[in-house]
Design a protein around this ligand. Structure first.
Ligand code: XMP
Length: 514
């Protein structure tokens, strides 16, 4: 394992991902972890991330010198680099020599482990206030910029390396290569970590954890729960029962996809609860978005609990585990909590009762989203499941502006299916983040179709590009694709006589309309 020590900001997650892209397993630890505890994990190498502090700031995170003396290869980046420099006796000054953004780096490669085979001049991403003016004793200076004399140093004998810039960032042209040089040449690691290893490891761990007992897994139709279920299924087969709550707010074909494709691919035992009527009844007469969300969340939990109770009634106290599709970023962001405790409220499910005495199985809690997709692929799940775009838990219920009724849902399902079909046909479904299709049920406009006047509803297309859904931009879809979607929707979907395009970024608009 390569430990990535997190000094704050978002760098550590990106570094951990880049290490795994180099096929070496990595884990993030907080910089507050005592060095003895880090070393107790017997890391193959340690990477010190960047962070927002100045090494001179009061309360700035520090590291015990012992970390550099344990014989473990260490690579410091940005803040990690400066910390390494000051801890080992180099000089870091607060001279006002700031550098932000793309910066030309001058490399001296002779004998360099990190830079071998890379150009003498390369573009790197900088973000620092303080600057290193003298490397610690025994270190060779291997790069500089117009502003900082020491932008990289190495001590090959002690296997200690550092760069002032951010190799993990896309704008650093040879960042991945330099990182790989550290891992393979500096630390002597081999690129052997694969999602295949993950599957083997997890299958063994789950078997051990569950023993002869039974587990339940809630399926949402999304990627994470599907892959988690498939993995647990591979481990314990018929000891797992999946529950899928059909709230009637899914898109066209989605429930069938879970029922047929997922079951066919995994052989899982599936309990489908048809709760459409219950949800529609609870939503009748409600137009307020927040109220709709609350009702859908509440009903979902009730139905899921009931299904669980039925399974337990059938199988007895043997049912001791609940499978969750928690991912690594969730774990890191919630403070890196460890192990299996009693169920706590979890955003994937929407908060389960605290007194339920299940143990959690979270087979994806070490993985990033793209790795989850790879595991899903390797487990033989169909592309339609593994490559799915994000879809909100409340489903189409929050894509009908106005009251949710069966007729309106059916109409929206048709329009949405057409948009998806056309985007898939031209291969754009993988380029865009997602494309909500929204029915403005409370709005009517005049149109003309055939020889007659119509008075129908508009459909909104909301294609967006995004990296994390926190911010988004509207996707510039080709006009001919938009034209085709518009023509088909107005021709094929009764009561829709207008298609409009949402050209708002986020912020100020959110991705969904409600
Ligand atoms: P917004 O509309 O807030 O959406 O820009 C950001 C991302 O989150 C999805 N979304 C949800 N996902 N439950 C979910 O599981 C929800 O209640 C929910 N609301 C929004 C949305 O589709 C987008 O990807």
């Amino acid at each position: 394992t390569v430990l990535v020590v997190d000094f704050g900001a978002q760098y550590a997650q990106l570094i951990a991902r880049r290490v795994r892209e180099a096929r070496v397993y990595s884990e993030i630890v907080p910089s507050t972890m005592p060095v003895q505890d880090m070393l107790a994990k017997s890391p193959a190498a340690i990477i010190l991330s960047g962070g927002p502090s100045s090494v001179y700031a009061e309360g700035a995170p520090r590291l015990d010198r012992e970390l550099f003396e344990a014989g473990v290869p260490v690579f410091g980046m940005c803040y990690g680099f400066q910390l390494m420099a000051t801890t080992l006796g180099g000089t870091v000054d607060n001279t006002g020599a700031r550098e932000y953004g793309r910066t030309p780096l001058h490399v001296s490669k002779s004998g360099s482990t990190l830079f071998e085979g890379t150009p003498d001049e390369q573009s790197v991403w900088m973000s620092h206030g303080d600057a290193c003016s003298a490397a610690p004793e025994g270190f060779a200076v291997t790069a500089s910029t117009d502003v900082v004399p020491v932008a990289a140093f190495e001590n090959d004998e002690k296997k200690l390396y550092g760069v002032q810039y951010h190799p993990e960032v896309m704008h650093t042209t040879h960042g991945q290569q330099v990182l790989e040089h550290f891992l393979y040449r500096g630390a002597g690691l081999t690129p052997s970590w694969t999602t295949g290893n993950v599957i083997e490891e997890q299958v063994a761990a789950i078997r051990e954890q569950v023993g002869t007992k039974r587990a339940i897994c809630g399926l949402s139709g999304g990627v994470d729960s599907a892959v988690a279920a498939a993995l647990v299924q591979k481990a314990i087969g018929s000891q797992l029962t999946c529950v899928y709550v059909d709230h009637g707010l899914m898109r066209k074909g989605e429930t069938e996809q879970v029922e047929k494709d997922f079951v066919a691919a995994t052989g899982v035992q599936l309990k489908v609860v048809d709760a459409e009527e219950r949800f529609l009844k609870a939503l009748a007469g409600v137009s307020d978005p927040e109220e709709k969300r609350k009702i859908i969340g509440r009903e979902f939990i009730r139905v899921f609990e009931q299904a669980q109770a039925e399974i337990i009634a059938d199988a007895g106290p043997e049912v001791a585990f609940l499978v969750q599709g928690t991912l690594y970023p969730d774990v890191v962001e919630s403070g890196g909590g460890t192990g299996t405790a009693n169920i706590k409220s979890h955003h994937n499910v929407g908060g389960l009762p605290e007194d339920l005495e299940f143990q959690l199985i979270e087979p994806l809690r070490k993985l990033f989203k793209d790795e989850v997709r790879m595991v899903g692929q390797e487990l033989g799940l169909p592309d339609e499941i593994v490559q799915r775009q994000p879809f909100p838990g409340p489903g189409l219920g929050i894509r009908i502006v106005g009251e949710v009724t069966k007729e309106r849902l059916d109409l929206l399902r048709e329009a949405d299916a057409i948009a998806r079909e056309e985007l898939t046909a031209v291969g754009l479904d993988r380029d865009i983040w997602q494309c909500p299709v929204v029915l403005l049920a409370d709005v009517r406009s005049v149109g003309v179709q055939g020889d007659g006047r119509t008075y129908g509803h508009p459909i909104v297309l909301r294609p967006v590009s995004s990296e994390d859904a926190m911010t988004a931009d509207w996707s510039r879809l080709p006009y001919d694709v938009l034209a085709k979607i518009s023509t088909r929707i107005t021709n094929e979907v009764a009561d829709v006589n207008r298609v409009v395009l949402d050209v708002t970024s986020k912020p100020p608009g959110t991705i969904e309309w409600e």
